[in-house]
Design a protein around this ligand. Structure first.
Ligand SMILES: Cc1cc2nc3c(=O)[nH]c(=O)nc-3n(C[C@H](O)[C@H](O)[C@H](O)COP(=O)(O)OP(=O)(O)OC[C@H]3O[C@@H](n4cnc5c(N)ncnc54)[C@H](O)[C@@H]3O)c2cc1C
Length: 333
């Protein structure tokens, strides 16, 4: 039985691991975080979850629609009954307009990582384990964790990390640095959760704004703390990347009071910095990066243009590429 190491327990890693497991491979998943989820993580609070990363997902491809249907049937996902709106701010003048579309938007229940956890249910997962080096000897891979522990004897390794982190790991492992320019693919985002008693102007507010790209209100999300989550856009987040949470709380407060006209108490909850959040749409998506001779396979949401659906598709395609490669090897023996 082939033994596969999946590094990264975001949706790409979870989808790849579940597909390989289904086909009889022995899979172990590693993540540097305390739990699985990656950019689909929600933060647990006493009042309920805060979705600090992905707010919802859409399903356009047949493969992902089928998976979403399974999650809906299992109660791991639901439709987000959200009112959408558009916040525009040009030359300092802001306007908030209703905007309707018939796009189905889905959320994990009770948290964004619930569907992903369902995929990983029966798969060994080693958390709090940042892999800092890969070693290949006699066609067997060893993974070295920053704690000093080593995990040995893998036939293949899948890297499902954001490109900068994947490139760092390749470099530390003295492997070829396979990305042409890893730094431009994913852009940063500061995400800020704020409590405000006022009834929300919309659940999903798309922003054409010098600082913001999205505001979400969690009132119609099962299991969540009812509050606002503001996502600052890549340019503003990058410009103030190293500013402390207090800076972001102050920015969020001004936007809620001046642009959404909220006069009641506004209280800060959590500010989280994502260094590698979402795809830079000016840079072409590179697809999967595969080295079948070494059994090293690399992919993520960035392979196909970012977003939750593309992470799922990347995981599926990575697993299919590995399975196909082993079938070819068997046929030529
Ligand atoms: C603020 C924000 C808002 C978003 N909003 C949406 C949205 O509304 N809709 C949508 O479709 N998408 C959205 N996205 C994008 C979506 O979250 C991602 O496309 C998707 O979750 C990426 O999954 P992934 O598995 O490819 O990567 P990730 O989720 O980043 O998983 C990579 C994993 O690798 C781990 N890792 C990194 N380095 C190491 C190492 N050396 N050793 C071990 N583990 C390591 C990380 O801890 C992480 O868990 C948003 C993202 C952010 C950040």
């Amino acid at each position: 039985m082939k033994k596969i190491a999946v590094i990264g327990a975001g949706l790409t890693g979870a989808a790849a691991a579940a597909t390989l497991m289904e086909q009889g491979y022995q899979v172990t998943v590693f993540d540097k975080g305390r739990s699985a989820g990656g950019r689909m993580s929600s933060k647990r609070t006493e009042q309920g979850y805060l979705d600090m990363g992905a707010q919802y997902f859409t399903a356009r491809s047949e493969e992902f629609k089928q998976q979403v249907q399974l999650w809906l049937e299992a109660g791991k996902a639901g439709v987000w009954a959200c009112n959408t709106a558009l916040l525009c701010n040009e030359d300092g003048h802001s306007s908030l307009k209703n905007s309707t579309d018939d796009q189905a938007r889905f959320i994990g229940i009770p948290s964004m990582q619930s569907p992903l956890n369902a995929l990983l249910q029966d798969i060994p997962l080693i958390t709090s384990c940042r892999i800092q080096k890969l070693e290949l000897s006699q066609k067997r891979w060893t993974l070295v964790c920053e704690t000093g522990l080593s995990y040995t004897d893998f036939d293949a390794v899948l890297l499902t990390l954001p490109p900068v982190q994947a490139q760092q790991l390749l470099k530390q492992s003295r492997l070829p640095e396979l990305f042409h320019d890893a730094t431009t693919l994913l852009e940063p985002c500061w995400a800020v959760a704020m409590q405000a008693d006022a009834s929300p102007a919309g659940d999903a507010i798309f922003c054409q704004h010098p600082k913001l790209r999205f505001i979400s209100h969690q009132q119609h999300k099962t299991g969540r703390n009812s509050c606002y989550i503001l996502h600052f856009n890549a340019a503003f987040s990058a410009e103030h990347l190293h500013k402390p949470p207090e800076f972001w709380f102050a920015e969020a407060r001004v936007i809620l009071s001046e642009e959404l006209k909220i006069q009641q108490n506004i209280e800060p909850l959590v500010a989280h910095r994502w260094l590698y959040a979402s795809q830079n749409d000016q840079v072409p998506a590179p697809g999967l990066i595969t080295l079948p001779d070494q059994q090293l396979w690399i992919g993520g949401d960035w392979s196909y243009g970012g977003r939750v659906e593309n992470a799922y598709l990347a995981g599926l395609k990575l697993a299919q590429a590995i399975i196909h490669n082993y079938k070819l090897q068997q046929e030529t023996v």
